[in-house]
Design a protein around this ligand. Structure first.
Ligand SMILES: [Fe+2]
Length: 326
């Protein structure tokens, strides 16, 4: 696969400071000042060069938060192996009549339905070191004997390893999906009939999902942690600081198989801790499924709150009257 990962997102919010503080609590590390020149601003959005940068443990500077009048995803970075891949993306987008901006190291284009500027750039592949083995007792196989579970002994704050995926609302879901599949080169892992496709640009089960919505918006971002204990520890710490952050969890998705816990940031966007996501290394060995309605949403856990399926600020986002709680 020539595309191999998400590199960085630029998230636009009306309340930059508050939102950056939230993602610091979430476990991302405030990065170097954007003024250090470590990463050039994307060609089509001056805003992308400002704001706060936060890092994951393995993926580096993966979140930039900038000011926009209403919350949305401004940019999505996708890593590719070499310039040939960029040529292929540029040609595919041109076939869809999408205007393309090409530089030596990147190709960018805006998907009108989601209003996101997607930038495909040459980037090194992510090499992740596995966490220490956490022996897990099962009936008839007590592999951990005479010692407590490592998950209850951890004390360091949870730190997400990488950005996993984003879920977007699009005013033209079909066109947005075509943009990502036929234009950028994502692949379909599973489909929810008539609603959306889970799309990947890496070996992760999904990196982007686009849903039909009355307004372009960012539904959630998702961040990988080591295991389900880290999800529980991370969410518990977030809720100790502010119980109103709770949205949905703990549960396990059916599509993608991952454990999840969703929280809400001060701009109204959900952020997810996840672990144990399905991994697709050999495309030929994966059979994409077609799921109906909410069936594929979760295998177990509490039912999703209505506000997860239709965020409470959608009407305000449509009218531009969105003002997040201060
Ligand atoms: Fe998710």
């Amino acid at each position: 696969m020539s595309l191999h990962r998400l590199t960085q997102i630029v998230m636009g919010v009306p309340n930059v400071e508050q939102t950056a503080a939230y993602y610091t609590d979430f476990g991302l590390t405030p990065g170097a000042s954007p003024a250090d020149g470590s990463r050039p601003a994307a060609p089509q959005t001056a805003a992308a060069g400002s704001g706060h940068v936060l890092s994951t443990a393995d993926g580096g500077e993966q979140l930039r938060i900038v000011h926009t009048p209403r919350r949305r995803l401004v940019e999505l970075g996708v890593g590719a192996d070499d310039p040939d891949d960029l040529d292929r993306v540029a040609a595919a987008l041109a076939r869809l009549d999408v205007p393309v901006h090409r530089t030596a190291g990147s190709v960018s284009a805006v998907d009108p339905g989601t209003e996101v500027l997607v930038r495909v750039e040459t980037a090194p592949r992510l090499r992740q070191t596995p966490p220490p083995a956490a022996p897990y007792n099962t009936p008839g196989a007590a592999v951990r004997q005479g010692e407590r579970a490592p998950g209850i002994l951890r004390e360091v704050p949870v730190r997400p390893r990488k950005l996993g995926h984003v879920v977007l609302g699009s005013t033209d879901q079909e066109a947005s999906q075509r943009f990502f599949l036929e234009g950028i080169g994502f692949k379909v892992s599973d489909t929810v009939k008539g609603l959306a496709a889970f799309m990947r640009c890496s070996t992760d089960h999904h990196n982007v999902l686009v849903q039909q919505a009355p307004v372009a918006f960012l539904h959630h971002t998702s961040w990988q942690v080591d295991d389900v204990d880290e999800i529980g520890r991370g969410a518990t710490a977030m809720l100790e600081a502010d119980p109103d952050r709770h949205t949905w969890g703990l549960g396990r998705h059916h599509i993608g198989s991952n454990f999840f816990w969703y929280l809400k940031d001060p701009a109204g966007t959900f952020s997810e801790y996840y672990s144990d996501l399905d991994c697709i290394v050999d495309d030929a060995l994966w059979k994409p499924g077609v799921f109906e309605g909410a069936k594929g949403l979760y295998a177990w856990g509490p039912p999703p709150p209505p506000s997860f399926l239709a965020p409470e600020d959608l009407a305000a986002l449509m009218t531009g009257a969105h003002t997040p709680a201060q």
